[in-house]
Design a protein around this ligand. Structure first.
Ligand SMILES: Cc1ncc(COP(=O)(O)O)c(C=O)c1O
Ligand SMILES: N[C@@H](CCSC[C@H](N)C(=O)O)C(=O)O
Length: 464
């Protein structure tokens, strides 16, 4: 049953409530909304929270339409927006419209996981098609591409995508897709999306450039605005933020590409469930505040490790060799960083000595995680391939949450000392292993910052 009340009257107080002050005087009209950006009325932080509901009761939280099927008014078929949840569901539609707005896209589609996105996207390929992609990729992405090359007749070229010239050498008229990840997981390498997309489209105008934006989220980077045809990301990470659901989002501007992707989602049945759609919608609203805190914490942790001589990979550090490129595309550095110790056993001891940092895969969540990618998230890439791609076995990945940064640094300091990863001196401690920062010796390398009094304090009392 539809409400007879118009918008703004549903609370029973009518429009006068918002147009008069406490004394009943007329209020001046509200200022005009700021200039629309990418079809949005407000700044992204506002749009994340602001959803337009057409719910019959004006519910503030979008209802969960937990129904597999919908009654139809006639036996003619095809006359209603919804007939069956695999094909469409009002809660999912609401989420998709909200995400399209956030992702600066004409259309967004939500599926059951980040890998589900890649599965749907790669079904655009045909046997004999070629894919050009990076040599530092999330393990699951690498695994699916390998499966497609051994079982699906797809030819996959892994190249160093940090070098657009290498990509140019490999892209040809047979290239059906260029698949990029930036920053990469876990080596935090930066890939020049506009240059590579431009080059791919120039060589083969029908090549599809797809970008995995999981490591930054739409808050920090919009690959569609940088020349990509498809952007996708794991909603399991920053978008939801609490590790309480699995989801994936695909966003596109091209309507016919959107229709092809939707066909696969409906035909294969991987659309996101109503409950998970609702959870994701709830999570997205706090993306702005979560990311702000997570990034600030990650910057503190990265600077702490670097100042003690560890080789740290984080695009928020000026020592990152591709710092300028990253900031030419992105509005933030995210909250994932990695560092090396020079010894795989030392790394293992650090990870196992941490208490506040949970030993877990995944990232983008409110609580902080620590892991050894070669044994965990990237274990599906065999050791030989990892070695060929220069993935250090001792690399530790930190995924920073919203806790108090002092607690995070204290716990890490204690773990570093307990693991024997550092030389303790009267002034503090220094990394034993690699003992150098990424980019050291190059013009982009920064000098190491002075140790702050807090650093020394953390070291002088490293164990609780
Ligand atoms: C960069 C990246 N892309 C995609 C995925 C896949 O996401 P999901 O776990 O939601 O399938 C992950 C992690 O799993 C990831 O790290
Ligand atoms: N056992 C899982 C590992 C998932 S890794 C999750 C995430 N992308 C990360 O990088 O931590 C698998 O085999 O996929």
């Amino acid at each position: 049953m539809s409400s007879s009340k118009g918008k703004g009257e549903a609370n029973g107080v009518g429009k006068a409530f918002v147009t008069r002050d406490i004394d009943g005087h007329d209020l001046p009209p509200s200022p005009a909304p700021s200039t629309p950006r990418n079809g949005r009325k407000y700044a992204l932080a506002t749009e994340l929270v602001y959803t337009e509901s057409n719910d019959q009761y004006n519910a503030s939280s979008v209802p969960i339409y937990q129904s597999a099927t919908f009654k139809q008014d006639s036996a003619r078929g095809g006359e209603q927006e919804y007939d069956y949840t695999r094909s469409g569901n009002p809660t999912r539609t609401h989420l998709e419209r909200h995400l399209a707005k956030i992702m600066s896209a004409n259309r967004a589609l939500v599926v059951s996981s980040g890998m589900g996105c890649l599965d749907v996207i790669t079904r655009l390929l045909r046997p004999g098609d070629e894919v050009v992609t990076g040599d530092d990729l999330y393990g699951g992405t690498n695994r699916l591409l390998k499966y497609l090359s051994t079982h699906g007749g797809i030819i996959v070229h892994h190249v160093d995508t940090t070098n657009p010239e290498r990509v140019r050498e490999v892209v040809s008229s047979k290239t059906a897709m260029v698949l990029l990840e930036t920053p990469t997981n876990p080596l935090i390498k930066i890939v020049d999306i506009p240059t590579i997309a431009g080059c791919a489209h120039q060589i083969n105008p029908s090549a599809i450039v797809a970008v995995d934006n999981t490591m930054l989220s739409p808050l920090l980077q919009n690959p569609l605005d940088l020349g990509a045809d498809i952007v996708y990301e794991s909603g399991t990470k920053y978008l939801s933020g609490h590790h309480d659901l699995m989801a994936g989002v695909i966003a596109i501007n091209d309507n016919s590409l959107g229709e092809r992707l939707f066909f696969t989602i409906n035909a294969s049945g991987c659309g996101l469930s109503p409950f998970d759609s609702w959870l994701l919608l709830r999570g997205v609203k706090t993306l702005g505040v979560r990311m702000e805190k997570q990034q600030a914490n990650a910057q503190r942790v990265a600077e702490f490790l670097e100042s003690h001589g560890f080789k740290v990979r984080y695009p928020g550090l000026k020592s990152h060799p591709q710092y300028a490129l990253h900031w030419s595309m992105a509005r933030g550095a995210g909250a994932v960083l990695s560092f090396e110790t020079g010894d795989v056993n030392v790394s293992e001891r650090i990870v196992e000595s941490a208490r506040l940092w949970a030993i877990s895969v995944s990232f983008g969540c409110v609580n902080s995680l620590i892991s050894m990618p070669c044994r965990m998230s990237h274990a599906s890439i065999d050791a030989k391939t990892r070695a060929e791609r220069n993935m250090p076995e001792d690399i530790i990945r930190l995924c920073v949450g919203i806790e108090d940064p002092e607690d995070l640094i204290d716990d890490l300091s204690r773990a570093l000392v307990q693991a024997g990863a550092v030389n303790i001196t009267p002034d503090g401690f220094r990394a034993l292993g690699s003992g150098h920062v990424l980019g050291e010796g190059s013009s982009s390398g920064s000098s190491e910052p002075e140790e702050s009094p807090k650093d020394i304090e953390a070291v002088s009392n490293p164990v609780d």
